[in-house]
Design a binder for this molecule. Structure first.
Ligand code: ADP
Length: 468
């Protein structure tokens, strides 16, 4: 049974859990506090009642000690008058003789019959119930040189009981109202608090049904939960952008692959139809097809490189090495490969500086930049490499005096498949992927890449890596 209730409670929505817990806690708090308060008030009032009775008792004892003859049978009427005056409402004062028979009784709004007379040797205090009435009884021996008997005072605690009951009711009603209010407060608070979460859940549902462009509506305040909603929105922005990029990438890649494939297809058809009769065509078509296959191979290879450069490299695979040595090696190979070019280097400043990366990645980046410099230079065929220290890193500039890039194309040259002059560039074997691969590699090491160019004057590409 208990486990069933707990399981049910656990399944409640957070809103109701909050309400339930806040009400329960407040109820417990109120119950404990009120009980304690009720008990303290009760005890205090009882004590006050007792003290007042004791005072009466002492005063009367003093009176009878002083007025020794007050209890003589001849003086009873006077004493009766005195006691009637002395007495308070809801109280009986009774004097018993030695045999325990009442000789004087003063009663005010209280029936003296409710408590039967009794002689005592010592003072006593009792609580007595007569039907519904609660009576406090105090008895004390009354001894003067001329008299021996008992003095009884008893008191109806009716007013006290009424007050006590009233207090209890006030507390009960107050408690119930407080619990109700706290429940309501909890409900309002829960609604307010959970609004962003609810909106988040709704948006996620919408994303599932309608697509990635759904966002959480802005909730005004800047608390943790609204921040969660903003974070979700940012995440969705990023995801959407990356989705769009992926789609664009696939479209671009298929477009790039389509051209060489169509060309090869054309040549194959030609061969199929005329090839048997005309050996000239065979030769021409095969050469052209092979060229296109080479191109296809190039594109596929670069695509692979591009995806590889996106994978993060484990720290343990990185090497610390002198940038200078790698650059010098590559420049040497390039001079052999392109004897018609003049390569100059100014690398003294970075000779002793180390960087941390895969040496293969630096080589790849350098190959891309030098390839471009060679491919897009006519005359003069000069290429300059300058290494400098900049901030807490090294900068390498590859400077050519080639055809340059028009200003309107400059912002796009790092985009995948972007080529400035498509027809001419195709002849040079460009795929438009080089610079975007270089950018990805450089940025994956926390570096920077930038390009500046003037048409017909030359281009400078600068890369910067943080030092190890
Ligand atoms: P590609 O494989 O076509 O060279 P890149 O991404 O390396 O692709 O370069 C993009 C385009 O930027 C090139 O098509 C070319 O038009 C232009 N470009 C890059 N480097 C240079 C340079 N050094 N001089 C002139 N144009 C350049």
């Amino acid at each position: 049974m208990m486990t069933l209730i707990i399981a049910k409670l656990n399944r409640l929505p957070i809103k109701w859990k909050l309400v339930l817990w806040s009400s329960l806690l407040l109820f417990l708090l109120f119950a404990v506090y009120n009980l304690a308060q009720y008990w303290v008030i009760n005890e205090w009032m009882k004590k006050q009642e007792l003290v007042s009775m004791q005072k009466n008792m002492v005063e009367l004892q003093d009176y009878f000690q002083e007025k020794r003859l007050a209890l003589e049978p001849g003086n009873v009427t006077n004493t009766q008058k005195f006691l009637d005056n002395f007495n308070q409402s809801n109280q009986v004062i009774r004097i018993l003789d030695a045999a325990g028979t009442p000789i004087i009784t003063a009663a005010d709004h209280l029936d003296s019959e409710w408590v039967s007379p009794k002689s005592v040797e010592h003072m006593e205090t009792l609580n007595i119930w007569h039907l519904e009435e609660h009576l406090l009884v105090m008895r004390s021996p009354l001894v003067t040189p001329d008299f021996k008997g008992t003095l009884e005072i008893f008191n109806n605690l009716e007013t006290f009981e009424q007050l006590s009951k009233l207090t209890l009711w006030v507390m009960l009603i107050g408690g119930a109202a407080a619990v109700l209010l706290s429940g309501l407060g909890g409900l309002v608070l829960a609604r307010k608090l959970l609004q962003p979460v609810q909106m988040l859940a709704e948006t996620i549902k919408n994303v599932k049904q309608k697509g990635m462009h759904e966002r959480v509506r802005k909730v005004g305040n800047e608390d943790e939960l609204s921040n969660l909603a903003s974070l979700f929105n940012e995440l969705m922005d990023q995801l959407e952008a990356s989705f769009r990029q992926q789609k664009q990438f696939v479209e671009d890649a298929s477009h790039e692959l389509k051209t060489p494939i169509s060309i090869i297809e054309g040549h194959l058809r030609l061969l199929n139809r005329w090839g048997k009769q005309e050996p000239m065509i065979v030769d021409e078509s095969l050469t052209a097809s092979l060229q296109e296959v080479e191109r296809l191979k190039g594109i596929v290879q670069e695509l692979l490189q591009l995806t590889r450069s996106e994978v993060s490299i484990p720290e343990s695979d990185l090497e610390i090495f002198h940038m200078y040595e790698v650059i010098a090696g590559i420049v040497k190979s390039f001079s052999v490969l392109h004897p018609d070019f003049e390569f100059r280097t100014e690398l003294e400043e970075i000779k002793s500086i180390s960087i941390q990366m895969l040496p293969f990645h630096l080589e790849q980046t350098m190959l891309i930049l030098l390839d471009n410099a060679v491919n897009y230079s006519l005359e003069p065929r000069n290429i300059l490499l300058i290494g400098t220290q900049r901030g807490n890193g090294v900068q390498l500039q590859v400077i050519d005096q080639g055809i340059g890039i028009p200003e309107s194309d400059l912002p796009h040259v790092f985009d995948r498949f972007y080529r400035v002059d498509k027809s001419r560039n195709r002849e040079q074997g460009g795929t438009g992927l080089g610079l975007s691969i270089a950018k990805r590699i450089v940025e994956s090491y926390g570096g920077e890449i930038s390009i500046s160019s003037k048409e017909n004057q030359g281009t400078t590409v600068a890369i910067w890596f943080p030092t190890a």
